[in-house]
Design a protein around this ligand. Structure first.
Ligand code: FES
Length: 101
C-alpha cells in the first residue's frame, strides 16, 4: 500500500500541457485542467507511446503516435488502444502536488 509522495510543484504544471515524472521508477504523467490536477500512467497501452509528448483535449490525454484518447478520470481509451491506463490519486498541498501510486 503506497502513500502520497511529492510529484511536482503546482507552478511547474502549465494548463493543458503534460509533464513527465517518475515515482518509484513508475512513469507518471501530470496535467492541470482548470483547478484540477490529474496523474496517470505515461505509457500508451497501444504501443508504448509517451503520453507526455501528446496533448490534452476534452479531458482526455491524446497519444502522439496513433491518436488513442484516454479519459483522465477513468483511464478508458479509444481505438487503437483497448486497455485503460492507470489513473492515480492526486492531492495538492500548498504548492506541492502529491500522488499516490
Ligand atoms: S502508441 Fe499510442 S495510439 Fe499507438
Amino acid at each position: 500500500m503506497s502513500d502520497f509522495v511529492f510529484a511536482a510543484k503546482l507552478s511547474d504544471l502549465a494548463e493543458g500541457s503534460i509533464t513527465a515524472v517518475y515515482i518509484d521508477e513508475t512513469p507518471v504523467a501530470l496535467t492541470r485542467v482548470g483547478e484540477r490536477v490529474f496523474a496517470f500512467g505515461n505509457v500508451c497501452t497501444h504501443d508504448d507511446g509517451p503520453l507526455h509528448e501528446g496533448h490534452i483535449e476534452d479531458n482526455c490525454a491524446v497519444c502522439p503516435r496513433h491518436g488513442a484518447r484516454f479519459d483522465l478520470i477513468t483511464g478508458q481509451p479509444t481505438f487503437p488502444a483497448v486497455a485503460r491506463i492507470p489513473i492515480y490519486e492526486v492531492k495538492v498541498e500548498q504548492e506541492n502536488v502529491l500522488v499516490k501510486l
